[in-house]
Write a protein that binds this ligand. Sequence first.
Ligand code: SF4
Length: 144
Amino acid sequence: MKIMVSACLLGRKCKYSGGDNYDERLIEALRGHEVVPVCPEVAGGLSVPRAPCEIVDGVVRNDRGENVDEAFRKGAERCLKMAVEEEIDLAVLQPRSPSCGVGRVYDGTFSGRLTEGSGVFAALLEANGFRAVTPEDFVSMAEK
Ligand code: SF4
């Protein structure tokens, strides 16, 4: 399969903090698949490091309250275009992120609490007919 993967899960230091979300079990499970790494926030022109962001009432804001929605949506559009051009079969995305979160994201209070919903990029992928899953889901699928 051709699989689009959040670049931070592969060890790229593109997180807001300047770190990564390296996931060894995921990397093992991806063996034999073609991997297309993406970071929608960097693709949207955001810097590393950057202020943490959450979705607040449908708009992405950083922890200083500044509206960064446009950069998030631009990055998501660019990565969607890549998904279409690359004809990916699946996306495996970093949980909880305001871009990449699938099904659950931080709730907009910057307190670590989660709420139902997807990040901007995950939601855009799904709205365009792509399937997005968490690393945990993908590892379980690969073990079956
Ligand atoms: S936007 Fe996605 S790929 Fe980029 S650092 Fe955040 S979770 Fe990782």
